[in-house]
Design a protein around this ligand. Structure first.
Ligand code: DQA
Length: 149
């Protein structure tokens, strides 16, 4: 069974209470449970991790090599700043999908740039927590087409 790492970055542990008008009222635990349920239907295994620390996120991406077949990454604000996270994703060569709850392109200009996009298969943003499930669908199709699942 193919395995997917769902990785969330800084401040996403506060989902549910953090700016609900932007990010919704769903908690991170609810997002992770929904991912586990949806993955099961797709015949995928998921592991969920969250960290507020850039280095810990990089370590998690490195550790994914050989363990996970796909990565779903919401890097939070590191999306817009972290060449190191982009390099980590490129280095491990694991198919990745970038997710944002909000539509980053409709927000402040500094959120329009994503370093993660340069390393990801694609980006899903603006659909709230559903974006993670759409990302699982996209990875399931990608892995099937690549003969990896
Ligand atoms: C976010 C968008 C980022 O700009 C922001 O810094 C976040 C959350 C999103 O999911 O919409 O922390 O990644």
């Amino acid at each position: 069974m193919a395995s997917i790492l769902v990785l969330n970055g800084p401040n996403l542990n506060l989902l549910g209470t953090r700016q609900p008008e932007v990010y919704g009222s769903v908690t991170l635990a609810m997002v992770e449970d929904a991912c586990a349920d949806h993955a099961k239907k797709l015949g995928l295994d998921v592991t969920c991790l969250q960290s507020n620390h850039e280095g810990a996120l990089i370590d998690a991406i490195h550790d994914a090599k050989g363990r996970h077949d796909g990565i779903i990454l919401n890097a939070g604000a590191y999306t817009h700043t972290s060449i190191a996270l982009m390099d980590a994703l490129i280095s491990v060569e694991i198919p990745s999908v970038e997710v944002h709850l909000s539509n980053i392109h409709a927000r402040e200009p500094f959120r329009h740039t994503s370093y993660i996009s340069k390393a990801a298969l694609g980006q899903i943003c603006g659909f709230g927590a559903q974006g993670y499930l759409l990302a699982l669908d996209a990875l399931a199709t990608h892995l099937r087409e690549a003969g990896a699942a």
